[in-house]
Design a protein around this ligand. Structure first.
Ligand code: SF4
Ligand code: SF4
Length: 168
């Protein structure tokens, strides 16, 4: 399949295909969750292997990252500072639910397209774009939200449309 990696093109196509994507969301709601998961997992493996995240970094430039306690412990240790100093410098509470989040977008730790704390990065970063998890059809709102941001999500979603012979 023809993989699209260009972020501007992907963002433009996301705007153009907004209605189509919401129609596909409704189409997917009627499908067998487990079968859709199995297809998405295979597509994700295949497409992720063809996309180099170090040439992209768009999630690190645009996402709000949530920090669990273990992330703060691991990152402060990795940086050789106390948890208190780490929180003072890099963390704030989200207005929505008061969870800890990084206080800057793009992320403090992004250098060009690379993560400078890769081995110690937060769990939230490790899990993105979440396509390896079960329950794809229950997360379609966030999938569509990430479609115009992440080349992996974009290409998996487009391949899924083809695979399921989705017609608009
Ligand atoms: S910690 Fe690393 S992977 Fe996570 S958002 Fe920052 S730069 Fe990206
Ligand atoms: S996960 Fe997606 S948005 Fe993030 S760097 Fe990789 S391709 Fe880009």
């Amino acid at each position: 399949m023809n993989i699209i990696r260009d972020l501007t093109l992907i963002a433009n196509l996301a705007t153009e295909r907004e209605e189509e994507n919401y129609d596909f969301r409704s189409f997917l709601k009627g499908k067998d969750d487990k079968k859709v998961d199995a297809i998405v997992h295979r597509l994700n493996e295949d497409i992720s292997a063809q996309i180099d995240c170090t040439q992209c970094g768009n999630c690190c430039r645009s996402l709000m990252i949530t920090l669990e306690k273990a992330d703060t412990t691991r990152l402060s240790k990795h940086l050789g500072i106390t948890k208190e100093d780490f929180e003072k410098k890099f963390v704030e509470k989200s207005a929505e639910d008061q969870t800890n989040i990084f206080n800057k977008i793009p992320c403090h730790f992004l250098d060009e397209n690379k993560c400078t704390v890769y081995e110690a990065r937060p769990n939230d970063c490790r899990e993105f774009p979440h396509l390896h998890k079960p329950g794809f059809t229950s997360r379609l709102f966030s999938v569509i939200d990430n479609y115009g941001r992440c080349p992996i999500v974009f290409n998996v979603f487009e391949a899924l449309k083809k695979r399921l012979r989705f017609k608009v």
